[in-house]
Design a protein around this ligand. Structure first.
Ligand code: AHR
Length: 671
């Protein structure tokens, strides 16, 4: 019985319940949603991508002593074109203080025909008929007393298999630059779609024109058309996948990747701003170099493009240790510096022209301030015993400057190491859970009385990272070192069902759970730090796979009532059937979300006292609980119209057999 009549039994739902978590992991930023198509565009260092130039392999890079190798500048993803052409890394001709290493190309004295160099992209290039924006910085530093010739420079997208050129553009008679780098910009317009990703971006010359010369290059960049057309924007297919989820917030930039392997390598937001040649990049937390092309402004523009709330995570004085999680903490006396960083960051986001950092944002091309309503202080600080003082200093300082913001603590007594932390009333706790399926089923009711039981009636919760990561272990406990504890490669129907049950538990407790997001959200299938992930992809946009877990999130985020409705179960109990009901007052509809965890149909009788005109349903199910979506079958586990053939209506009672292993949203359209 769904009580649509007694309004005193309803609760307002959270407008932000479903959102996105993003950090650069699995090449989810560089080589992922960040639109840049050139890998290692500024030779900044990326030893985490190793292997051959045309088919490199992503691994966790350690040497024989199991130490992480340094992230020195590398030529990964680049190769020469033409007989005798020599490529080296050069530090004598930096493009800028930030981009210190250039590519030196030496052409042999007897060069003829086509010579140059090429990039293999993020494991290839997607080529479609559209406009690609190409740019490169070039320095022709002739020897003393020679004038040098002007030369033509051709850039092209071409097949690495057949050599076919998909599109090209030639800069004619490019004159020597002598001292300073010069930027060349052009567009490429392929007429055809390349059949595969095995394409390269080539920069070529007529050997006769450049024989014996030495040239330098840096910041070589190609962008496809981006999501909603933003400059330096997002890869459109991946961004569209996020957008279609109907998310309400974006939490960024981490995750571990906020914290750095050391304080020096943390996410320094001010180094992610402005022209790309001024962004030094950094050693990311996930074993590859981050260009920081996807910087603070780009993240904010992402939220603008999708009209969603930024949940800005600020560095809180703790960095992870690459060898473990002991980490480095700022001492109390140095915390004011860290607080000031965060205050400045918020000024960049929200300040006007009269403020230092607001003026910088305006100079960076975004006159309109962004509105920041949620700030997370750190990430997973339950690993650190220093969080109580760090949190307090950050919270007090930020709250005094920005009282309207809701602050999110990353630790809480329940899971923190050896300390008590009290989250001030009106603020939030970011809970994370990577578990096996049975854990999520067993903890469906985790939030039912959490506020009362923990005496935190004014603290609410962000389920900031959660997903089914593995098979159920025989012991039924999660143990990261257990031999059978293998992260599953892709989310399966089973994962979506278990996550869906947990999400129902969140929906039933809107007074407590205000926000939630699956994590990690993205994976380039050529480079794995962590599986499973919600969306996986490679260079080809057609190969982007929206997982079973994605579709569970999609389904629940699309059918969000404005108020919860009480369900009085006259027979049966929650488990093996799980449910939650809400009313959408804008669309005048009741939504009943129901998950059947059993391997057999379960009869359902729904009684709604209000009159309704029609019932529709959308279900996610598949023949096998282990079904998952992959490139060869992207639609194995997707929402489809529910098969309501067996449904019957008798007065106000509506009955249906809920299919085995299914996630369904039923929509009752009220009169
Ligand atoms: O999502 C992967 C990692 O899991 C995140 O970086 C971190 O917050 C958590 O431990």
């Amino acid at each position: 019985h769904i009580d649509t009549l007694d309004k005193s039994r309803r609760n307002a739902t959270s407008p932000y319940l479903y959102g996105i978590m993003h950090e650069d992991i699995n090449h989810s930023g560089d080589g992922g949603i960040y639109g840049e198509m050139i890998a290692n565009r500024a030779f900044q260092g990326s030893n985490a991508i190793i292997g051959t130039l045309d088919g490199y392999v992503g691994t966790y890079v350690t040497d024989s002593e199991n130490e992480v190798v340094p992230f020195d500048p590398v030529m990964t993803a680049w190769a020469p074109i033409g007989q005798g052409v020599r490529m080296t890394l050069d530090i004598l001709h930096p493009l800028s203080d930030a981009l210190e290493t250039s590519l030196q190309i030496d052409f042999p004295l007897n060069a003829t025909g086509e010579v140059g160099f090429q990039n293999f992209g993020w494991w290839g290039f997607d080529v479609h008929p559209q406009q690609y924006n190409a740019s490169l910085f070039y320095l022709n530093n002739y020897p003393r007393n020679t004038q040098g010739n002007a030369s033509d420079i051709t850039v092209s997208l071409r097949s690495n298999v057949t050599g076919e050129t998909w599109a090209s553009s030639t800069f004619k008679n490019v004159t020597p630059t002598y001292i300073d780098f010069k930027q060349l910009e052009t567009t490429l317009h392929p007429n055809a779609t390349a059949p595969d990703a095995n394409n390269t971006f080539a920069v070529t010359f007529d050997g006769a024109q450049v024989a014996g010369q030495t040239l330098y290059f840096n910041l070589i960049s190609v962008f496809p058309e981006t999501f909603k057309g933003y400059k330096n924007g997002l890869r459109p297919d991946i961004a569209q996948g996020f957008y279609d989820l109907n998310p309400q917030f974006l939490r960024f930039p981490g995750g571990n990747n906020l914290e750095g392997y050391s304080p020096a390598q943390r996410w320094k937001w001010w180094e992610t701003l402005g022209p790309l040649q001024d962004r030094p990049g950094r050693v990311g937390d996930w074993n590859y170099y981050n260009t920081q092309g996807l910087g603070l402004l780009e993240y904010l523009e992402w939220t603008e493009a999708m009209d969603i709330e930024p949940v800005l995570a600020v560095y809180a004085g703790f960095s992870l240790d690459v060898y473990g999680q002991n980490g480095a903490s700022y001492p109390p006396e140095q915390m004011p510096e860290i607080l000031q960083e965060a205050l400045d960051e918020l000024e960049y986001c929200m300040g006007d022209n009269s403020t230092k950092w607001g003026a910088k944002r305006i100079a960076d091309g975004h006159p309109e301030p962004f509105q920041i309503n949620f700030v997370e202080i750190g990430n997973e600080d339950w690993f650190s015993v220093t969080y109580p003082y760090r949190f307090q200093i950050m919270y007090d300082g930020l709250k005094a400057a920005y009282p309207h913001i809701t602050y999110i603590s990353t630790a809480f007594n329940e899971n923190a190491a050896n300390y008590n932390i009290s989250i001030p009333a009106g603020n939030m706790w970011d809970w994370h859970g990577y578990q096996e399926p049975s854990w999520f089923l067993a903890n469906f009711d985790l939030w039912d009385n959490w506020q009362q039981e923990t005496n935190n009636t004014n603290v609410t919760v962000l389920l900031g990272e959660y997903s089914v990561i593995q098979i159920d272990t025989p012991s039924g406990i999660v143990n990261y070192s257990y031999p059978l504890d293998v992260h599953v490669q892709y989310p399966r129907l089973l994962s979506a069902i278990a996550e869906g049950v947990y999400a129902l538990g969140a929906e039933r407790n809107p007074h407590t759970v205000k926000m939630s997001s699956y994590a990690p959200s993205l994976q380039n299938r050529n480079f794995t730090n962590w599986t499973p992930d919600m969306i996986s992809y490679d260079a080809l946009h057609d190969n982007t796979v929206l997982s079973a877990s994605y579709w569970q999130q999609w389904l629940f985020a699309h059918y969000r009532g404005t108020e919860t409705l009480p369900v009085d179960a006259t027979e049966g109990k929650l488990n093996p059937l799980f449910w939650a009901a809400s009313i959408d007052e804008e669309n005048n509809a009741v939504y009943l979300k129901v998950i059947n965890t059993l391997n057999s149909t379960v009869p359902l009788n729904v009684n709604i006292p209000s009159a309704y005109t029609s019932v529709n349903g959308t279900s996610i199910t598949a023949s096998d609980l282990n079904s998952y979506n992959y490139v060869g079958n992207k639609t194995e586990v997707v929402p489809r119209p529910a098969e309501l053939g067996s449904a019957a209506k008798n007065g106000s009672a509506w009955s249906w057999n809920v299919p085995k292993h299914s996630i369904t949203v039923l929509q009752f359209d009220l009169c």
